[in-house]
Every structure is written in C-alpha cells, then in structure tokens.
Design a protein around this ligand. Structure first.
Ligand SMILES: Cc1ncc(COP(=O)(O)O)c(C=O)c1O
Length: 307
C-alpha cells in the first residue's frame, strides 16, 4: 500500500502512521463495523470521486443497520472524504472510509463502545493484473440473507470472502464465486456478477448480494446504450452456457471472466458486450461522457446534493 500523508480520524487529519486504534476496539473482536471502497479518478477537471454520494449513503445505511450512531451526518462524511483526498493531493486511487465501534466495554453487544470513523486514501491501480480472470465456485455458500442484513456493507460479512480466497490461494484461479444456499449464483468475494447471452445482459437480483454501485451503474449505462438488462436468478449451468461473463465492483471496475471452474466462457477471451461496457465505464469514470458528469465529484468542488 502506498502511504499518503494523512488519515482523517474522528474529525481530524492525523499523520498516516499515527492513525492507530486500541487492541480492545470492539469491531476488531466482533466484526461490527461498516466500510466503503470508493475510487477517485483523473479527469479533465482534475481528480474526481466516482459516485461519492451513493457510497456515503450506503455507509450511513450500514451504520444504521448496526445501530451505530455516528456523530457525523452524511453531509459531513461526504465533506470529510473530499477533504482527505484533497489534503493528500491524491490524483487517483482508492478511498476507504471505515466506521467502527471503538474501545469501551467487552461483550457481543456494541453498547458502551464509542462509534469512530476513519478515512484513508492512497494511490491504487487495477485490482487484477490480468485482462480476464479465471474463477472458481467456492465450496462456501454466500451468507444467508436470513442470517444478516445482506445489503449492508458490514466488516464481518467479509469472513465469507476471506475463506473463499483461501481456497484459491496458490492456484491459478484469480477469484471465487459464491452460490446461494438454493444453488443460484450470488456474487464474487468482492464483486457483482453478470453474464451475456444472445446479446442480453443478465445479473442476479438483489436479495443475496451487496447492491453494488458499479452494478447499478453498469445496468444504467447498458440500458442507456439500448442493451437489454435483466435481473434474474442464474444457475451455474446458465453461467457456463453464457457467451460472456464479467464482474463489476469499485475495485475491479469491469473485469471480464475467461473461465469458471476451468470451463471457458464463450471463446475464453473478452467478448464484445463486455469490452463495450468496460470501455464505456472507463470513459464515464474519467469524466469523458457529459451525460454522466453528475456521477463525479471533482475534488476541488464539493458537489454534495442534499437528499
Ligand atoms: C461482496 C461485494 N459485492 C459487490 C461489490 C461491488 O460493490 P460496488 O460496486 O459498490 O463497489 C463489493 C465491493 O464493494 C463487494 O464487497
């Protein structure tokens, strides 16, 4: 990780190395925190943060789910993120706000532990260093939505992803794909899943997945391009019979999938619809398409929109 100068912590810019927390931090023990992954891109107007408002809203929602009463509202968090990127003079990269219960009482209930908020950012390039990736279906199932609030981005949910990444460690696979307990495709460890069949784009419906901001963006961009996009339960057989498949996410952007369980998808290379969506996405995040300029918050200009 490429260090920057400052991490915003509980209202103040703190030198990177000093942004520490106590070992009895409640979230460290029980996973009851919430976080976001956000990208800042170089654009013609200078550095610009992609869909910041949506990320802040999801963070605030995830905190509410955890009963975490942050002393900062959405507007202050939005401003703090812009301020942190600006203070670090970051031109492009990744932003990681995390809200967590600090140190106070020990016990599963987080009551008595002060909510804290930190915002770090750093220069970060592509998540996968490959043009397309090989995926393996995890032996673990996606966390059951009856066991949690699945549309919140909660730290503890990521144990599911950590276990799946252990399965593929030291193999040729680049990412794991989760099925639901009823054998439908859910999502990747940190990505949403799409297939293309006969020119139509399909993606699993909400319910078992994180409602990805990139997923929503791709669905909108594709529809605006006149492509048909359907939310539909997909089986592994549907995926293996697809012409194309790809992952979406803030970190992975649009990442083509070459194979699943060593079965080539289509001809095993990047298909035309995937290539088109990948290109449009890059044009939009870099501010090259006027109609979607509102997705970007230039760092020099706080574009907060009250909702
Ligand atoms: C489990 C999971 N699914 C999907 C996504 C994609 O979400 P987004 O596009 O909002 O980054 C992420 C990344 O945050 C994730 O962790």
């Amino acid at each position: 990780m490429k260090k920057t100068a400052w991490i915003w912590k509980n209202g103040q810019l703190t030198p990177w190395d000093d942004a520490q927390t106590h070992v009895l931090t409640h979230t460290l023990h029980y996973g009851g925190g919430a976080f976001e992954g956000i990208r800042v891109y170089e654009s013609q107007q200078g550095p610009a943060i992609f869909r910041l408002q949506e990320h802040v809203e999801r963070l605030v929602y995830s905190c509410q789910v955890l009963g975490m009463e942050l002393p900062w509202d959405a507007r202050s968090i939005f401003d703090a993120i812009v301020h942190t990127v600006s203070a670090n003079q970051l031109r492009y990269g990744y932003i990681r706000p995390i809200a967590y219960f600090g140190y106070g009482e020990l016990g599963v209930s987080a009551k008595g532990n002060p909510p804290e908020l930190a915002i770090a950012c750093w220069e970060w390039d592509a998540y996968f260093a490959h043009e397309f990736i090989d995926v393996k279906v995890s032996k673990y199932r996606r966390i059951n939505p009856e066991a949690t609030v699945i549309d919140a981005k909660i730290c503890g949910h990521y144990v599911n992803g950590i276990l799946s990444s252990l399965e593929i460690q030291n193999t040729h696979y680049h990412e794991a794909l989760f099925l639901t307990s009823d054998d439908h495709i859910a999502e990747g460890a940190g990505e949403n899943f799409f297939i293309v069949k006969d020119g139509v784009i399909y993606t699993p419906p909400l319910g078992h997945i994180l409602p990805g901001i990139t997923r929503a963006t791709i669905m909108q961009l594709a529809r605006d391009q006149g492509l048909k996009v359907l939310e539909k339960n997909l089986t592994l057989d549907d995926a293996l019979a697809a012409d194309e498949a790809f992952f979406t996410g803030t970190a992975v952007e649009v990442t083509p999938i070459g194979s699943i369980n060593d079965h080539a998808i289509g001809d095993g290379s990047v298909g035309p619809v995937t290539a088109r969506m990948k290109q449009i996405y890059q044009d939009v995040v870099h501010g090259r398409v006027k109609e979607y300029a509102h997705f970007l918050t230039p760092v020099g200009d706080n574009g907060y929109k009250a909702v």
